[in-house]
Design a protein around this ligand. Structure first.
Ligand code: 5GP
Ligand code: MN
Length: 339
């Protein structure tokens, strides 16, 4: 985003507008934190603002300030489509291509609203008039902070904005441990705490919200963990039957893939989760160092993401998906063993 873009957006937002904010399908902490952080900021500037998610999100995000105002496109399609068609401006947050918004893709593409993308994924599409894209950023929440700074409004960050942005920076950095965490990230976090983000309360709300069943599901996942030492790889499977057994709710599998990566000597971790309703195996990949799971997911699993965290899907059975994964690993052995 250049200085001309910034002046144009300042001018655009200098009078009240009808604004819709959209994150990717299956929104995570960064998607919900960034959309709601921007929501509170724009409301403070007298705009008429609506956050619309493509679908539902985990319960551990259902306390974030403003969350109750969110509309979900899959269950409230008509009212959401009307708002999108009627909007002056649409912000798309935490995704780089309209198909990542699931069934909202068409209505977003045909809406005449001015689109502004804020995102940290690689290879952004060119659907937006204004693109603020930076893969070096820890999170979209960090970018919303920078966006507010570009608008010259850092001084209006309040408890609501600070809390929302803290959530996404915390979740997308694995609580400030991934290499995307910079000194600037910590400076921003310090500023958010100074302006009302209650860090201990936020950590509790997000990470200490397990149900008994969800911990048992984690136990099942860890029992299923397999290691392929020659490829420095660990993977986990969860079948639909296992998910049903432990009363699976959206969000219950969040973060489980990271347990594979916590093993000594492992640089690639995967989880394969069967979703009978969608007819897919949902795949999450994580890596350490320079090994790009974004490339692996793009090449083999119709997905993408970042160098060290990516996702994708497979239409094969759970067993065949795992076999495919194991069969492609040898071609990566050299890269995996160089980490
Ligand atoms: P997760 O594994 O937590 O679902 O996602 C990890 C990262 O990969 C996130 O940045 C997410 O946006 C991205 N990602 C997850 N699934 C997909 C997918 O199917 N396609 C693409 N392009 N990116 C994905
Ligand atoms: Mn993100």
């Amino acid at each position: 985003m250049n200085t001309q873009d910034i002046s144009n957006i300042k001018l655009l937002l200098s009078t009240p507008k009808k604004i819709v904010i959209v994150p990717h399908k299956n929104p995570d902490g960064d998607a919900i934190g960034s959309t709601l952080g921007l929501y509170h900021y724009l409301i403070k500037n007298n705009h008429q603002v609506q956050v619309i998610t493509p679908n539902d999100y985990p319960n551990f995000l259902k306390w974030i300030p403003g969350e109750k105002s969110i509309l979900k496109h899959d269950s409230q399609t008509k009212i959401c489509d009307n708002l999108i068609n009627d909007a002056d401006v649409i912000f798309t947050l935490d995704f780089n291509a309209l198909h990542r918004a699931g069934n909202m893709e068409t209505v977003l593409a045909t809406s005449k609203a001015i689109k502004i993308m804020i995102d940290h994924h690689q290879a952004p599409d060119d659907y937006a008039e204004y693109v603020f894209s930076d893969v070096s950023m820890s999170s979209t929440c960090e970018m919303v902070y920078h966006f507010i700074n570009m608008m010259g409004d850092l001084d209006i960050i309040d408890t609501n904005i600070a809390t929302c942005l803290y959530v996404g920076i915390m979740t997308d950095t694995g609580s400030f441990r991934f290499s995307s965490t910079s000194s600037k990230t910590h400076q921003i976090i310090a500023h958010l705490i100074e302006n009302g983000a209650d860090n201990s309360h936020i950590h509790n709300n997000i990470y200490d919200a397990n149900s008994y069943k969800s911990l048992q599901l984690l136990g099942c996942a860890l029992t299923n963990l397999k290691v392929i030492p020659e490829s420095r790889t660990a993977y986990i499977t969860l079948s639909q039957e296992e998910l049903n057994r432990y009363d699976y709710k959206k969000g219950d599998t969040e973060g489980i893939v990271n347990y594979g990566l916590s093993l000594e000597n492992i640089v690639l971790a995967a989880i394969f989760i069967e979703d009978k309703q969608e007819g897919i195996i949902k795949i999450s990949l994580r890596s350490k160092g320079n090994f790009s799971v974004n490339d692996m997911s793009r090449s083999h699993f119709e997905g993408g993401g970042h160098i060290n965290a990516a996702g994708g899907k497979s239409y094969l059975s759970l067993k065949d998906t795992v076999e495919k994964f194991i069969s492609i690993l040898p071609s990566y052995n050299k890269a995996l063993n160089n980490e």
